[in-house]
Design a protein around this ligand. Structure first.
Ligand SMILES: *Cc1c(COP(=O)(O)O)cnc(C)c1O
Length: 430
């Protein structure tokens, strides 16, 4: 089908990027479980390697099943292109790689997924990159943190795990003024609830491991490019605007225009970093995305009901769900994610660390796992697991203090989930 703005989200999540298989007529996208593709002749091979013709060479770079997923993601996010890769964390490196170099820095929100805090505060230093963490509600502090070596600003639309909603537009305006791209991790929101490009984001990254696949079967990630950033407006992004030595002097922006970032991601990022998504995983994610809006509606409805129930319970000190009227971010929901504040929030439990541990061990329907965005309801005590490597100060800043339990509400019956929480809280807090 032709993807037009005339089609709604429910139609695009099923059809965008897919067409009946030209060889067999197969209606569902086949899993092209192949490493390589036969060249028609030597000229064809040369044209593909020169990026003069778009086609398939080797599945570390491109694969037809993965290509359908890339087109679908770009369409749903309102971008021009997407590159899939092996995990959400891989996607973050893939997004930063063309922008960064030794001595360059990124400005990131303090409210981020714990693994991202570790990646940005520790691991990227090995590349000579650094990160300054700033409270994104303090716009003056964001502005002040930007310096001549800043190459990107990074935040999460709905932050994992704190129930924080970012004012994407306000930070995008700062990025625009500074001449650097804004990268939004849209994992917790999904394009059904929030489309960051419409709020001024340049790049969107996802852990497809979560809601996009939706059932805890796949590890995957993607980077979607809005196609709107002018990489040649200043001299900050030589890998895109200048002759790229890693691709015999090709000038990506001049040659590919709005698709420069996407082509760079495939031709250099996947080629040389090798963080490739396999076609089997792409298939599972395509299956998941077909029902994304239906699942997100139920996730959001369940989260609202359960967060309200928890909020009035004496055993709970606080509920951070931005979908509650009491949330300091309630007004941002209408602006940033009007279809709902997602299904991920934290609760502060009376009785602190010990009560939290007892709670997660007493739940029966909820699984105690290091994952979120599953049809199954999941729970984790971040301070003893995902946020364990952070200092207590960092834990609190990330909304994951010792008395905090993160809850990912699934699509089961809300009443069953409430009953399960009730019995487990009785055991944990009494
Ligand atoms: C899980 C997650 C990641 C990391 O993704 P992986 O697929 O586990 O590598 C990044 N950001 C957010 C918000 C996440 O929830």
């Amino acid at each position: 089908m032709t993807d037009g703005p005339t089609y709604g989200f429910d139609t695009l999540q099923i059809h965008a990027g897919a067409r009946p298989d030209p060889a067999t007529g197969a209606r569902q996208t086949p899993i092209y479980q192949t490493t390589a593709y036969v060249f028609r002749d030597a000229d064809h091979a040369a044209a593909l390697f020169n990026l003069q013709e778009v086609g398939f060479i080797y599945s570390r770079l491109t694969n037809p099943t993965v290509a359908v997923l890339q087109e679908r993601l770009a369409t749903l996010e309102g971008g021009v292109g997407a590159v899939c890769c092996s995990s959400g964390h891989a996607a973050q490196i893939m997004a930063l790689f063309p922008l960064m170099g030794p001595g360059k820095n990124i400005i990131a929100s303090t409210r981020l997924y714990g693994g991202t805090v570790t990646q940005f505060s520790q691991t990227i230093k090995r590349f000579g990159w650094s990160c300054k963490f700033v409270d994104f509600d303090d716009l003056d502090a964001v502005r002040a943190a930007v310096d001549d070596d800043t190459r990107a600003i990074f935040g999460e639309a709905i932050a994992n795990p704190g129930g924080y909603i970012m004012d994407v537009r306000a930070v995008a305006d700062i990025a625009d003024k500074a001449g650097v791209p804004l990268i939004i991790d849209n994992t917790s929101a999904t394009p059904y609830l929030c489309r960051p490009i419409e709020h001024g984001a340049t790049l969107v990254v996802h852990s497809m491991t979560k809601y996009l696949t939706g059932n805890g079967t796949v590890t995957g990630g993607c980077v979607i490019d809005s196609g709107k950033f002018d990489w040649s407006a200043n001299d900050k992004f030589p890998s895109l605007s200048q002759p790229e030595p890693a691709y015999h002097g090709l000038k990506f922006h001049e040659t590919f225009g709005a698709l420069a970032f996407t082509f760079h991601g495939i031709a250099i990022g996947l080629r040389d970093l090798g963080m490739t998504l396999n076609p089997q995983a792409a298939h599972y994610t395509l299956m998941g995305i077909e029902t994304l809006s239906l699942r997100m509606e139920r996730h959001v409805a369940n989260a609202g009901k359960i967060a309200s129930w928890l909020e009035q319970d004496d055993r709970i000190e606080a509920v951070t769900y931005a979908g509650l009227a009491s949330s300091p971010y309630a007004d941002r929901v209408a602006k940033v994610c009007p279809k709902g504040a997602g299904a991920l929030f934290t609760i502060a439990v009376k009785g602190g660390y010990e009560a939290c541990v007892k709670l997660v061990e007493s739940l029966e329907i909820f699984s105690h796992v290091a994952n979120l965005g599953d049809t199954r309801s999941l729970v984790i005590h971040s301070a003893s697991t995902t946020h364990r490597q952070l200092s207590e100060e960092q834990q609190v800043a990330a909304g994951a203090g010792p008395n905090v339990v993160r809850i990912s509400i699934g699509t089961e019956d809300a009443d069953d989930l409430i009953a399960d929480l009730d019995q487990a809280l009785s055991k944990a807090v009494g």
